[in-house]
Design a protein around this ligand. Structure first.
Ligand code: SF4
Length: 371
């Protein structure tokens, strides 16, 4: 990888990136896949602001390289969460490069220490009481804004035009759905969609206007709608002539295999496709049904209409599907909602009624609203 970065600065070998002659910019985003995808508008804005600077990303192992495949960044280094040696090894590779800026949307002490060891003219992150030694430009974190815009706001001191747009935007309204589950449009300048690029590639599996992809999993167990709910929904849709794919990570394969067996005719593809192949498949499909998890953000990158199911979390936390063609299915009469920023592994009330009571008919109706 050291050679890769060195090559980036060798004019003879830069090839199609020959224009990247300005000092590079480093973005450190070691969060889970969903948050990483919500960094795309920030990274795209960086490209516009600094068209001649290579953009280097440090991200979580298995996820970050997707953004290089999408050409949102020029170089990627991956770290293993909870493994200090992997952070130290990437830091050692980067500490010889003089970066123009280091931008960190990730707020942990580990990330701050990682950025500390790499030289840069300016280091940018959110304002925290403890991080004044690590970052020179500390931006107020506006909790009214949805997450994608919050991350973009890190550029507000360097990008007056963006700062003005962010000031004018009604952040709170962008995080509310109406009674039909409809969400306000995502501003074009902050879109995640890379649909055009993805539609030019062939999917690894057949997909068309009758294909619906479902993401039944989540890192947090309470954020998962019930398996019975997903099965009944899939059966209804297949009766109407749709094909259903169950999608997700390798860890979710046992569940998606169970769903495949019980919803006859559906197909589990979890753990079988790379993230890039998943995006291509989504872009060729008609719709996505996902819990409040990375699936809804993958669908936004693919530009595919989405029904997002919310249980213990709420839109007001800022993690709405960042997709102009998205509807939300949720219950308003569960008084313990929300019960945690990210959901829990176990329902604190032992009822899990926010998901168990969510009717199949409501999610099915939302799918038809989309179609
Ligand atoms: S406490 Fe309430 S909102 Fe949280 S998981 Fe349980 S039922 Fe859902």
């Amino acid at each position: 990888m050291v050679e890769d970065v060195t090559r980036m600065y060798s004019p003879l070998e830069r090839g199609p990136k020959a224009h990247l002659t300005d000092p590079p910019i480093l973005v450190v985003q070691t969060a889970f896949l969903g948050d990483l995808l919500l960094s795309i508008p920030l990274l795209r804005r960086l490209r516009l602001l600094r068209p001649n600077s290579p953009i280097v990303l440090v991200g979580k192992e298995g996820f970050a390289r997707l953004l290089k495949e999408l050409d949102v960044v020029d170089e990627v280094f991956e770290v293993r969460k909870g493994d200090p040696a992997s952070y130290a090894s990437v830091q050692a590779r980067l500490r010889h490069i003089k970066f123009e800026w280091i931008i960190s949307p990730h707020e942990s002490g580990t990330t701050a220490k990682f950025c500390w060891g790499i030289p840069a003219k300016l280091k940018i992150s959110y304002h925290q009481w403890w991080n004044f030694l690590f970052f020179k430009d500390r931006v107020h974190k506006n909790l009214d804004l949805p997450e994608a815009l919050r991350q973009m706001s890190l550029l507000s001191h360097q990008d007056p035009e963006l700062a003005m747009w962010l000031q004018d935007i009604k952040g709170l309204e962008l995080r509310k759905a109406d009674v039909y589950g409809r969400l306000p449009q995502v501003p074009l300048w902050a879109s995640l969609s890379m649909r055009e690029k993805l539609l030019n590639k062939s999917p690894a599996l057949p997909a068309d206007e009758r294909t619906i992809c479902m993401f039944p999993g989540s890192v947090w167990a309470t954020k998962q709608w019930t398996e019975e709910g997903f099965i009944e929904l899939a059966e209804k849709l297949m009766k109407e002539g749709f094909k259903v794919y169950w999608m997700g990570s390798k860890d979710e394969m046992p569940m998606t295999k169970r769903l495949e067996v019980r919803a006859k005719g559906s197909k589990s593809v979890a753990g079988q496709l790379s993230l890039m192949q998943s995006l291509i498949l989504l872009s060729h499909s008609r719709a996505v049904v996902s819990n409040d998890s990375a699936g809804q953000h993958l669908a936004a990158v693919a530009g595919t209409p989405t029904v997002a199911i919310f249980g213990p979390t709420i839109l007001e936390f800022g993690f709405r599907p960042w997709n102009s063609q998205a509807l939300v299915a949720e219950l308003f009469d569960v008084r313990c909602r929300p019960c945690g920023m990210h959901g829990h592994m176990k329902c604190p009330k032992n009822t899990h009624e926010c998901m168990k009571r969510l009717p199949v008919n409501l999610v099915h109706q939302r799918v038809h609203q989309l179609l």
